[in-house]
Design a protein around this ligand. Structure first.
Ligand code: GRF
Length: 201
């Protein structure tokens, strides 16, 4: 059984795709043991509560300095004891110690075909604005392992999506979520869970 913790900051539609995947069997041998957000108003926390998943808000704003936030975040993660940490729209810079401790066990979903439109400053709608600005005909989403860089870890899977003539950043974002993110993130977790069963007993 793969125990996962999902880190979120916003609406939680990718979290919902994971919750639904575990429920409908597309994601096998996996249990969501907790959801952590930096944003107390993140709807993702409501989605966790609605599905009886322990939900925690750990906000940098609640701590006198970054060090204390990092420690609180790491302590909670340790309590939840994840085999895999899934960043699903998590907009916080990860504590270096977290990347060290969970190396090879943190994955992220990015709304472009990395290496396009990624790295510092490319998040949320900005990614789609840049894609439309550049005039690409194909975009998509990427699931990758997280390392010390920004969107630089080994790519696990990608799925392409057509850009339409009349797309706005909003319509493109919606299609990339529906046709790519919500499909490849559950798929990646399912593959990791399958492999986890074999290599970790
Ligand atoms: C998604 O577009 C994801 O690719 C990006 O942030 C957004 C999060 O959306 N990293 P949601 O909170 O999963 O709805």
């Amino acid at each position: 059984m793969l125990n996962i913790v999902v880190c979120v900051s916003g609406g939680g539609t990718n979290l919902q795709a994971i919750i639904d995947g575990v429920k409908n069997g597309r994601i096998k041998e996996t249990r969501i043991t907790g959801v952590i957000s930096n944003n107390e108003s993140a709807y993702a926390l409501k989605r966790a509560e609605q599905n009886h998943i322990p939900a925690f808000c750990i906000s940098p704003k609640s701590f006198s300095d970054r060090e204390k936030y990092n420690d609180a975040f790491l302590d909670r993660l340790e309590e939840l004891n994840p085999d895999l940490i899934v960043l699903a729209g998590f907009l916080v810079i990860l504590p270096p110690k977290m990347i060290e401790t969970y190396r090879g066990r943190i994955i992220n979903i990015h709304p472009s075909l990395i290496p396009a439109f990624c790295g510092t400053g490319f998040y949320g709608l900005k990614v789609h604005e840049a894609a439309l600005e550049r005039g690409v005909k194909i975009t998509g989403a990427t699931v990758h392992y997280v390392d010390e860089g920004t969107d630089t870890g080994r790519i696990i899977c990608q799925k392409s999506v057509q850009v339409l003539e009349d797309d706005t950043p909003e319509t493109l974002q919606k299609r990339v979520m529906e046709q790519a993110e919500w499909i490849i993130l559950p798929q990646a977790i399912n593959e990791i869970a399958a492999g986890y069963g074999k290599t970790n007993g």
